[in-house]
Design a binder for this molecule. Structure first.
Ligand code: AMP
Length: 291
């Protein structure tokens, strides 16, 4: 794809000043800006977002930034994979125009006193287990949107709650961009592709396929007409409990727009799970229309 672009050469910007200059030049040529924020360790899930950006916009920016403020003190910030050269190759191969890869001090030059916090939507699901996580995500996305000023930003359904929270932030704060949510990309055996899958041992990786199996069971059960939320969740728990060394954080079926809990499944629902397999935290979800 990149090879088909005329006069194309991928740039790597490390400073806010340099990315702004590149965006300004693209805009001056009448190009629309598509933005894919990532933490690197790029895989086919990220590539699908780059491809969506390429279909819908003219100038593609991928950020690679492991954002410290969205990790809790006992989480994997230090050990999060950072295969930077490989990431650049992937971006080049897929026609990315600019990789924005700032150092943490570029984004957080001093103590941050201003935070963006989306209420309510950040409370259930992952919000219960990762205090401060979404505050870190929304704050860094607000910063990145202000720096890059894209027309469209692309996020994965894999992180369903994150996508909903960011959409709401952009709407509530009148941010002049469109948030596009793209489908979850899965391995052939159904496991949602994630940078964290590489932490899994062979046995854990095998067991992790039960995560998507539990979600498929949920869909089948709802489609068979079962509406009792607890009953469906109990079935899913039975499947997830078969994963060796797994600890279930949550299994939730909630309203797909408000993320509010429901007793009876009806309308559009989000079924979401978070499971710790060994020390690796995996999340996945599906949308089901119960009507
Ligand atoms: P991350 O680098 O994990 O912060 O993810 C960057 C973006 O890629 C987020 O919008 C994620 O939702 C998205 N993403 C991660 N994994 C997948 C996947 N398997 N399918 C689709 N999008 C994904």
């Amino acid at each position: 794809m990149g090879g088909l672009k005329k006069d194309w050469k991928m740039e790597v910007a490390k400073t806010i000043q340099s990315i702004r200059k590149l965006v300004k030049a693209a805009r001056a040529k009448g190009k629309t800006i598509g933005f894919v924020p990532t933490m690197g360790a790029l895989h086919i899930g990220h590539i699908s977002l780059i491809e969506a950006a390429a279909r819908q916009t003219d100038f593609i920016i991928v950020s690679i930034f492991v954002n410290p403020t969205q990790f809790g003190p006992s989480e994997d910030f230090e050990k999060y994979p950072r295969p930077f050269d490989k990431d650049l190759e992937i971006c080049k191969k897929h026609g990315v125009d600019v990789v924005f890869a700032p150092m943490p001090q570029e984004i957080y030059p001093g103590k941050n006193l201003t935070w963006v916090n989306v209420e309510k939507l950040t409370e259930p699901l992952c919000g219960q287990f990762r205090p401060g996580h979404f505050r870190g995500v929304t704050t860094v996305c607000a910063k990145l949107f202000n720096i890059v000023a894209p027309d469209m930003a692309f996020f994965g359904q894999k992180d369903a709650q994150q996508a909903i929270v960011i959409k709401r932030m952009a709407a509530d704060l009148n941010m002049p961009l469109e948030i596009v949510v793209c489908p979850t990309i899965r391995e052939p055996d159904g496991l949602a592709v994630s940078s964290r899958n590489q932490y899994l041992t062979r046995q854990q990786r095998k067991g992790a396929t039960l995560i998507y199996k539990s979600l498929q069971k949920c869909r089948e059960t709802i489609e068979a007409g079962v509406t009792n939320n607890k009953k469906i969740i109990d079935q899913m728990r039975k499947i997830l409990n078969q994963i060796p060394s797994a600890k279930i954080e949550y299994i939730s079926i909630v309203n797909a727009e408000t993320l509010e809990s429901i007793d009876q499944v009806a309308g559009k629902v989000l079924a979401a799970v978070a499971v710790k397999v060994g020390s690796t935290r995996l999340i996945d979800n599906i949308l089901v229309d119960a009507d």
